[in-house]
Design a protein around this ligand. Structure first.
Ligand code: FAD
Length: 307
């Protein structure tokens, strides 16, 4: 069995594996795809101490750094279930089971997508999901935010300080965000809020986004907006579906509940990054959380009675 089995090869998993391996304990990393969401990112400008990098380049460095240690790396494998017996057993969808004294879950999350024409085509070419990451690329331009919940209204307020104009499109007849955020957004001169708006298509010139089409759900009328960017803010879904029968405590959104050491409700099971209840989902934050979970797991192992 392993001492530490890390599930996930994004920033959280890579950091956890490096911190664990540096303690000289038997470490493995299992991931469907090394790099995680970073592989889907073009420009990264907030990875501190690196003014600019690109997703595939950062992913390659993560992998190279992990490979400098004696970590068993198993990619192309999905976890299907987790059980706690004497060891922690991680079942893979191919049928194999791996045992470990401790496990660090770092399976990340995925943005909920709109599913309209143009969205997939213009992803990273005007269709964005992370205002902290991509807001500055739209400086001085007009953008839309799809979704009027807390994340959508926060994104609109954040973006309004950078871009020229923000249009918020909400499907329902009212905004679901907290009143204080709605009041703040309404007070900003360069934010327009449109309710009952169903986004039907993201438009582009073949190279990048130049607008979107929405219909008014009451009148049925169709409208077109000219824009350079569309921020989709309709939720982040944690990759934790495979844990549903594990008994692990998760919140209403399916995020793994952790404490300040990265420990979960199951002894020996730790978690880090976007799959957890951490309030901010970012690369540097995930890396710090991965390091925390590995140190938490090491503390657990030196106190545990498992030989
Ligand atoms: P992830 O990166 O999601 O990695 C999850 C890992 O788990 C992957 O290896 C995946 O294959 C694996 N996995 C998932 N489920 C399973 C399973 N069942 N079995 C096996 N393996 C599994 N953040 C910034 O700080 N700056 C940015 O500029 C930035 N831009 C972004 C742009 C885009 C388009 C996106 C989508 C995100 C961006 N982010 C950015 C957010 C950042 O990428 C995430 O916060 C970060 O990647 C989270 O790291 P993680 O390790 O927790 O999870």
């Amino acid at each position: 069995p392993y001492d530490v089995l890390v599930l996930g090869g994004g920033p959280a998993g890579a950091a956890a594996a490096i911190y664990a391996a540096r303690k000289g304990i038997r470490t493995a990393l299992v991931a469907e795809r090394f790099g995680g969401q970073v592989m889907d990112t073009v420009g990264i400008e907030n990875f501190i101490s690196v003014p600019y990098t690109e997703g595939p380049k950062l992913s390659a460095s993560l992998e190279q750094h992990v490979k400098e240690y004696g970590v068993d790396i198993i990619t192309g494998q999905r976890a299907a279930d987790l059980k706690r017996a004497q060891m922690i057993e991680l079942e893979l969808s191919g049928g194999a089971t791996l045992s470990s004294k401790s496990v660090i879950l770092a399976t990340g999350a995925r943005w909920r997508e709109l599913g309209v024409p143009g969205e997939a085509e213009y992803k990273t070419r005007g269709v964005a999901y992370c205002p902290h990451c991509d807001g500055p690329f739209f400086k001085g331009k007009a953008v839309a935010v799809i979704g009027g919940g807390n994340s959508g209204i926060e994104a609109a307020i954040d973006l309004a300080g950078i871009v020229k104009h923000v249009t918020v499109l909400e499907f329902a007849d009212t905004l679901r965000a907290d009143e204080v955020l709605v009041r703040k957004a309404r007070s900003m001169p360069n934010i327009d809020i449109i309710t009952n708006a169903q986004t039907t298509e993201i438009l582009g010139d073949g190279n990048k986004v130049n607008g979107l089409q929405y219909s008014n759900r009451i009148s049925g009328e169709s409208h077109k907006l000219e824009l350079a960017g569309v921020f989709v803010q309709i939720g982040l879904v944690p990759n934790t579906e495979f844990l549903k029968d594990s008994g692990l405590e998760m919140n209403r959104m399916g995020e793994i509940v952790i404490n300040e050491r990265g420990a979960t409700s199951i002894p020996g099971v730790f978690a880090a990054g976007d799959a957890t209840t951490v309030p901010y989902k970012q690369i540097v934050i995930s890396m710090g959380a991965g390091a925390t979970a590995a140190l938490g797991a090491f503390d657990y192992l030196i106190r545990s009675s498992i030989p």
